[in-house]
Write a protein that binds this ligand. Structure first.
Ligand code: MG
Length: 451
């Protein structure tokens, strides 16, 4: 079986015992060996285990002969921005993003600030599994220093990307549900600098995530909705644990899922600029094609995963990308997901119109229905099942990642084997709720029968 360290988003694990720190040390020596020399920026989220792991990661990097600059606690996109802005050889972020408190993980970032692509991850895996990590001679062991300027630079760059005076004049009122996560140290300052009145929820960094947990899903955002309405705010926003995803809520308290906010911001940016290319995974809503057509913008679909979106954006020189989970990418800042940048862009959009956020959504974004589910299958069988389904269906098929079948001009089903778990994921979308339900049921039945 193929040996792997990296999943869809870096290396994830549950630290329990001392031996896990040995694992982290060995992986970090492999990462250091991969970078070979130079200085690497290390940052961490606010998880209980992150500080200890950051120290071990720094040790592993130094032991392989690489120098370390420690950025301390900051959002993942701030670390990524810092790597590129200050010209580091690379970066390592200690985070498990939106996973439950007991998890942690490592993200490896290249000199351009983007997570290293799959083929580069494979090089680190090869060093690790073949035990080829370098141990530096005593006189070549790396050094460590603190680097405390990143958050300030990150906030300033975001503010520089939007219409500062225009936004400040409006003194928007914003409720931020920081979810005890890493954006506690950055996003409120972005909004304040932009002249907003900021009301915060769950605004202390806490690795137990006692507020509403680290993942901003609609079921846990009730208090955000209520606070937005009660305060008469212009909108609300909630971030995930490491601050790269942002889910918005309009002034009526309605949660706007990432498909809609992504399409809205893409629409806004396409209205200002010519020949915009928008990059998004195969699984996001068809809303984006409708919006893009109106603006003469181009949509490029990728495999599921933010790294694929970032890599494609860089390759095509695209300025906009997004995921349905609230990961929005604005390349002029940095071509990675960034919750605080997305927030500044919503402020920019609202400053350019007299309309409220709910009116913007309702007038620009058509309504579709979506549903998803998963079926447990043996990992070895998943691909075969997808091939069998392909033989049994009619209609337009897209094979960017799994099998996307168009049942009619506005109804599709995506059947996709998970990259990490023994399951097949099934998504359906349509302009009719009934059609979504029947399409999902039909394909669940088909997978069950074939497994
Ligand atoms: Mg995240």
């Amino acid at each position: 079986m193929e040996k792997k360290l990296f999943g869809t988003n870096g290396i994830r694990f549950i630290p329990k015992e001392f031996s896990d720190l040995e694992f982290v040390l060995a992986v970090s020596e492999s990462i250091g060996t991969y970078f070979r020399d130079g200085e690497v920026l290390v940052g961490r989220d606010g998880r209980l285990s992150s500080k200890a792991i950051a120290n071990v990661v720094s040790s592993g990097l130094m032991s392989s002969g690489v120098d370390v600059a420690d950025a301390g606690l900051l959002p993942t996109p701030a670390l990524q921005f810092g790597v590129r802005d200050l010209g580091f050889k690379g970066g390592v972020m200690i985070t498990a993003s939106h996973n439950p408190p007991q998890y942690n993980g490592l993200k490896v970032v290249g000199s351009n600030g983007v997570e290293i692509p799959r083929n580069e991850e494979a090089k680190i895996e090869e060093i690790y599994f073949s035990k080829k990590a370098k141990k530096a001679k005593w006189k070549d062991v790396g050094t460590r220093r603190e680097e405390t300027s990143i958050i300030k630079r990150y906030v300033e760059d975001i503010i520089g990307q939007v219409q500062f005076e225009k936004i400040r004049k409006r003194t928007f009122k914003v409720v931020m549900d920081l979810g005890n996560g890493a954006q506690c140290v950055a996003a409120p300052y972005v909004a304040e600098e932009l002249g907003c009145k900021v009301i915060t929820l769950n605004s202390t960094v806490d690795g137990n995530f006692p507020g509403r947990g680290p993942e901003p899903i609609p079921e846990v955002l009730g208090s955000l909705s209520k606070a937005v309405v009660a305060c008469g705010a212009d909108f609300g926003v909630a971030y995930d644990g490491d601050g790269d995803r942002a889910i918005f809520c309009d002034e009526k308290g309605r949660i706007i899922w990432g498909d809609q906010s992504g399409a809205l911001l893409s629409d806004y940016i396409s209205s200002r600029e010519n020949n915009v290319t928008i990059v998004t995974p195969i699984s996001t809503s068809q809303v984006i094609e409708i919006v893009a057509k109106r603006r003469h913008a181009k949509v490029v679909r990728t495999r599921v995963g933010s790294v694929d979106v970032s890599d494609t954006m860089i390759r095509l020189g695209a300025i906009v990308g997004f995921e349905e989970n609230g990961g929005f990418i604005y390349a002029p800042h940095i071509p990675v997901r960034d919750g605080a940048m997305a927030t500044a862009l919503v402020l920019d959009l609202l400053s350019s119109t007299k309309k409220k956020l709910s009116e913007e959504i309702d007038s620009r974004i058509p309504r579709f229905y979506q549903q998803k589910t998963k079926v447990a299958v043996m990992k070895e069988k998943a691909q075969k099942i997808v091939e069998e389904i392909e033989k049994r269906v009619e209609g337009k098929i897209e094979k960017v990642d799994g099998l996307k079948i168009w049942l009619d001009s506005s109804t599709w089903v995506l059947v996709r084997p998970s990259g990490t778990e023994p399951i097949i994921r099934i998504f359906a979308e349509s302009n009719s709720r009934k059609k979504v339900q029947s399409a999902l049921a039909r394909f669940v039945k088909m997978v069950e029968k074939l497994k």
